[in-house]
Every structure is written in C-alpha cells, then in structure tokens.
Design a protein around this ligand. Structure first.
Ligand code: SF4
Length: 375
C-alpha cells in the first residue's frame, strides 16, 4: 500500500530486520533442550526467544512462569502500574474487519468536546489515577492533531502521565503532542504479516502497513519518553506475531536505550455487529506463554494486561510477569461522566472499579503505582 501524501517517510532498517526474522521462524525447529537452554540463559538471544514461543515450550509452562515471576520481581518488585483509557471519539475512516469502530459499522458515533473531555478527566482523576491513555478512531477529519493536542493539554491539568493511542503521526505532529504534555505513544501493529494485514485493513490510513510500523520510531525522534507495542493475537499466526512484536521493541530499544518500552498482549475479542469474531487458538495458557516469553526477553519493559481479559486471569498474571494494568475501564464514549454518548470498540471482561482493583492488589500484597514520574 502506497503512503498517503501527508505521510512522512523515515530511513529505518528495523522493519526489514523484524520481517526477515519472522518470515524465517519455524517453531517446529525448536525442541525441549532449546527451551531449557533459553530458561537457563541470563540474557536471551533472538533464538532463545523463538524457542520460548514454540509449541514445545507450552509443555514447560510452569518453568516459564517460574522464571518470569523471578525476573518480574527483580526489575519491578511488587509494583503494578495503573492507568485507564479514555475514548475521545469513535468516528473512524478505516475498515479493520475485527473492530467495532470500523467505517460503515452501524454504531452510535460520538466525539467529546472540550467541556466533556474535562468532565471525563475530572471523574477519572477523582478515583486517584494519575496516568491516562487517550484514544480515538482514525481520521484527521474527525479528531485532528490539534484536537488531540488540546486534549493532552487539558489532561496535563489532571494527570502526571499522559499517553495516546491514536492514528500514526509524523515526527512534527508527535512533537506538538509532546509539547502539550504527551509522553507515551501506543501503536498496535495488529499483525506483522503484511499480506494478512492488507486483507483485514481494507481502507483508511491504517491500511499503510509500513507507515504504521515506523510510528514508534517517529514518536521517539519527536522526543516522546516511551512507546508501546502490541499485536492482536489470533488475527494471524500468534507465535510469529508475538515474535515480531518483541523484536520490534528490541531493535528499537537498541537505537533508543534511554526510552521506556512497553508491550501488550491483546487477543481478539467479540465486537458489536460481528458474531464471527472470536478468539480461537490463543487460549489463556498460550497467552501466558507469550507473556512469559516477553518478560524473559525484555526484562525492563512494562507488560500491560488489558481489561479484555477476565479478572481471575489478570489477577494471576500480575504476579507472574505483567507489570501494568488498566483499572476503572469504560470503553463507551462519555461513560466516565455517566452519560454514554457513543458505543464501545469491543467487549471488556473485567469492569472492576479502581477501588476494587486497589483492594485486589492490597490483598495480593502488590503495590499500586499511580505514577513513577517525578517532574
Ligand atoms: S482498529 Fe482503529 S483504525 Fe481500525 S476500525 Fe478500529 S478504531 Fe478504526
């Protein structure tokens, strides 16, 4: 897919490196000894990571969990960082077949105005949260860069840590967001298989695979403090997509050693008006395997566990490797202030309030971290 006229090209060899490693990955080439070798390594090679993501490593899940929990403890102690997403708009001009916001899907669309953004933020900040992640659908005509920058500026009045999960931008646009208070950029590549990507991203800016792939690098060039990655596991071969996600973060970390990196492990969830979308082969055991492989390969990176997952699973994985979780999640537009104006993107499984999450953490002898940012 060709770049759109406004899209900035940057020189980067990371895409080629990631795709080469992923294309050549044959999980059947790894045996039990390779997995044990990876588990006994202090610092993992790419080959070690491939072994940990193979089917044979599934049979050694207890060993993976044990090692991941040890590493989590070494780098994060009992800390669990908390944040909540805030949906600013669900208008979208892209057509991603797995998403409820896709253009043409008959849902109630809405976009928050400045006053409503403020009300939503006031409601969230009263819960004690200090980190917010703002989201929109794609399409500058619906949510312009200036609109998102203004939302960052307002967020600065209420929160210490501000992130965005919006459409991919150019370096100067990320710079504007950073000037207005944004520090973190999340972009999910969804799948790293370019062919599959083109089949499920049918229209809009998001259909340009390479521009999206380079978004984190443009964000770091713009001075952002950190970037986050994720593949929507279950869209394609989840082992290859997990490998590519970890390598994307790893190669970029080599270029930007002082930046903060974060990976998520979302998997497909049912959406409004599409009964066919169901997570298939990525069961919880496999999701846990991916999480452990990420923890071992990227020991410093945050691993976020989404409220798409059920609470029992979330409560366990924060002891075993995940270091960050969402709390008090409302995915409808305007839901925090109690006036839902627009429909949600997908169903969530864990809708516990911030208070309930704090109680759970306390009972599990874990420490909630609202912000690790002094400044
Ligand atoms: S995934 Fe994002 S870009 Fe794609 S349809 Fe949904 S909101 Fe739009």
């Amino acid at each position: 897919m060709q770049y759109f006229a406004h899209m900035q090209e940057i020189k980067s060899d990371i895409l080629t490196k990631v795709l080469t490693q992923t294309k050549d990955y044959n999980e059947n080439e790894f045996n039990k000894d390779d997995v044990l070798d990876a588990l006994n390594s202090e610092y993992l090679s790419v080959e070690n990571l491939k072994a940990l993501l193979s089917s044979v490593a599934e049979d050694l899940i207890e060993e993976l969990v044990f090692k991941a929990a040890k590493i989590k403890q070494r780098y994060f102690g009992n800390n669990i960082s908390l944040f909540t997403p805030l949906y600013l708009s669900n208008f979208c001009n892209s057509k991603c077949v797995y998403c409820g916001f896709q253009k043409g899907n008959k849902i109630v669309r809405a976009k928050l105005n400045e006053n409503e953004i403020r009300q939503e933020m006031q409601a969230i900040s009263k819960t004690g949260l200090q980190e917010i992640l703002m989201l929109t659908g794609e399409g500058r005509e619906f949510a312009s860069v200036e609109y998102i920058a203004r939302a960052c500026e307002i967020a600065k009045e209420y929160f210490k840590v501000i992130g965005v999960e919006v459409y991919a931008m150019n370096v100067d646009e990320y710079k504007l967001l950073h000037e207005k208070g944004c520090d973190f950029v999340t972009i999910f590549q969804e799948t790293y298989n370019p062919l599959k990507y083109s089949k499920i991203h049918l229209a809009g800016e998001k259909s340009v695979f390479e521009y999206r792939f380079n978004a984190q690098e443009r964000a770091l060039k713009a001075g952002m403090r950190g970037v986050a990655f994720g593949a929507l596991l279950g869209i394609d071969d989840f082992r290859k997509d997990a490998l590519a996600t970890a390598l994307h973060a790893y190669f970029l970390q080599q270029l930007y050693p002082n930046a903060e990196f974060s990976v998520s492990i979302p998997r497909l969830r049912p959406i409004l008006n599409n009964a066919k979308i169901h997570p298939k082969d990525v069961n919880e055991r496999r999701l846990l395997q991916v999480l452990c492989a990420y923890r071992l390969f990227l020991p410093f990176a945050h691993i976020t566990i989404s409220s798409r997952e059920r609470k029992g699973f979330r409560d366990e994985v924060i002891k075993l490797g995940a270091s960050k979780m969402s709390a008090g999640v409302s995915v409808g537009i305007g839901e925090h202030m109690g006036e839902k104006k627009g429909d949600e993107q997908f169903e969530i499984s864990d809708n516990r309030s911030v208070k309930e999450i704090l109680t759970m953490l306390e009972n599990s002898k874990l420490q909630a971290v609202m912000s690790d940012y002094v400044g």
